[in-house]
Design a binder for this molecule. Sequence first.
Ligand code: AMP
Length: 115
Amino acid sequence: MMNDETIFSKIIRREIPADIVYEDDICLAFRDLAAQAPLHVLLIPKKAISMLSQADSEDQSLLGHLLQVAPKIAAEEGYADCFRLVMNNGAEAGQSVFHLHLHILAGRNFQWPPG
Ligand code: AMP
C-alpha cells in the first residue's frame, strides 16, 4: 500500500482540480468535495504515505509540520479557537483514500464519541 498512486497525488500534480487553500514545500490543503462541516479541509503531505501507521521515523518532522499548519489553516478560515482534526487510519476506521491526510473540521458542534 505504501506509495500507491491516489487521487490526491493527481491533485498535488494539478492533474485534477481542487479548491486549494494552502500549499508549501511539504504539504497541500484543499476543501473536501463532500464537506461534513462549514469548514472541511484536507491537509496532506506531498509525500505519498498511505496512512499514519505506514509513516516511519524519517517522517517525524513532516508529521509535526502538518500539526503546526492545521491550526493556521483553521485560523485563516475564521476558526482559530475551535476545530476538530481527524485522521482515519485503515478502511475500518473510515479511511477511503490511501494517502495520509488530516481532516480539518470546524463551524458546527461536534459529538463525542465520534461515529
Ligand atoms: P477518508 O475517508 O478519511 O480517507 O477521507 C477521504 C476524503 O477525501 C473524503 O472526505 C472525501 O470526501 C474526500 N475526497 C475524495 N476525493 C476528493 C477530491 N477529488 N477532492 C476533494 N476531496 C475529495
